[in-house]
Design a protein around this ligand. Structure first.
Ligand SMILES: C[S@@+](CC[C@H](N)C(=O)[O-])C[C@H]1O[C@@H](n2cnc3c(N)ncnc32)[C@H](O)[C@@H]1O
Length: 215
C-alpha cells in the first residue's frame, strides 16, 4: 500500500517538474524556428508527456482518421517526429516511416524506439529527405507547425513532397493556423477531444501531378 502511494506521489512530482521545465524551456519558441531551444528541451526524457492517456488517445484518433480517409499509406514522412512516440503508432498503419526532427537528442531516442524506421535531423527543407522516397504517400505534421516561422512555406513544401498531407494542432494555436490551412483547396477537418483538451486535425490530397516525377 505504502509503495503504491509512494509511486503515485513520485509520478505526480515528475509531472509537476516536467510542467515547470516546459514553462521555462519553451519560452519564445512558438512560430520562431528556435531549433536549439527545442533540442535543449529534450535534456529530459519525454518532456511533453507523450505516454500520457491524452496523447495516446490523440495518436489513436490520428491513426483512425488516416486509415478511414486516406487508407494505409505505404510511405510516410513524419515532420517533428520527436522521440518517436507517434512514429511507433504511425508504423502500425504504414510500411515505411521516415521521421525528421530538428532535435538531435530527440532523433537519437526515436531511432531506439523505432528501429525499423529511418530518422534524420533536420526540417522539411533538409537535403536528407530521401529523394527516392518522393513522393511520399502521406506527409504528417502533428503538433509541429506552430514552432515554425514560415508556416505557409512549410505547408507548400509538404505538398511538394507527398500525395496527401495530414496536420494537427492544439486548440490554443487554432486562431493563427486555421486561416492558413483553410486557404488550401479541398481540406477536410475533424475535431479530436479528450477531457478538457481539443485538437484540430486536417487532411487533404495534394494536386501535384507526380506521374512524370524523376528522383
Ligand atoms: C510537440 S512535439 C510533437 C511530436 C509528435 N509529432 C506528436 O505529435 O506527438 C514537436 C516536435 O517538433 C519538432 N520541430 C519543431 N520545429 C521543427 C521543424 N521546423 N522541423 C522538424 N521538426 C520540428 C520539435 O523539436 C519537437 O520534437
Amino acid at each position: 500500500m505504502w509503495s503504491i502511494n509512494w509511486r503515485k506521489h513520485m509520478a505526480h512530482e515528475d509531472h509537476l517538474l516536467k510542467k515547470l521545465w516546459m514553462r521555462f524551456a519553451l519560452r519564445g519558441v512558438q512560430f520562431a524556428d528556435r531549433h536549439a531551444a527545442l533540442d535543449r528541451f529534450y535534456r529530459v526524457e519525454d518532456p511533453w508527456g507523450m505516454e500520457s492517456p491524452r496523447e495516446l488517445f490523440r495518436f489513436g484518433e490520428t491513426n483512425n482518421l488516416i486509415r478511414t480517409h486516406l487508407g494505409c499509406p505505404n510511405r510516410i514522412l513524419e515532420l517533428g517526429c520527436g522521440e518517436g512516440h507517434q512514429s511507433a503508432e504511425l508504423l502500425k498503419i504504414s510500411n515505411h516511416l521516415f521521421g525528421m526532427d530538428v532535435s538531435s537528442r530527440a532523433v537519437a531516442r526515436a531511432r531506439t524506439r523505432c528501429p525499423t524506421a529511418t530518422f534524420a535531423v533536420g526540417d522539411i527543407t533538409s537535403t536528407q529527405i530521401e529523394k527516392q522516397w518522393v513522393p511520399f504517400d502521406l506527409v504528417v505534421a502533428c503538433e509541429v507547425l506552430y514552432y515554425m516561422k514560415d508556416v505557409p512555406a512549410a505547408l507548400a513544401a509538404m505538398q511538394r513532397l507527398g500525395k496527401a498531407c495530414f496536420v494537427s494542432f492544439v486548440d490554443s494555436r487554432r486562431e493563427r493556423l486555421e486561416p492558413l490551412i483553410a486557404a488550401i483547396p479541398h481540406v477536410s477537418w475533424h475535431r479530436i477531444e479528450f477531457q478538457d483538451l481539443g485538437w484540430t486535425a486536417v487532411w487533404w490530397r495534394t494536386t501535384r501531378d507526380f506521374s512524370n516525377h524523376i528522383n
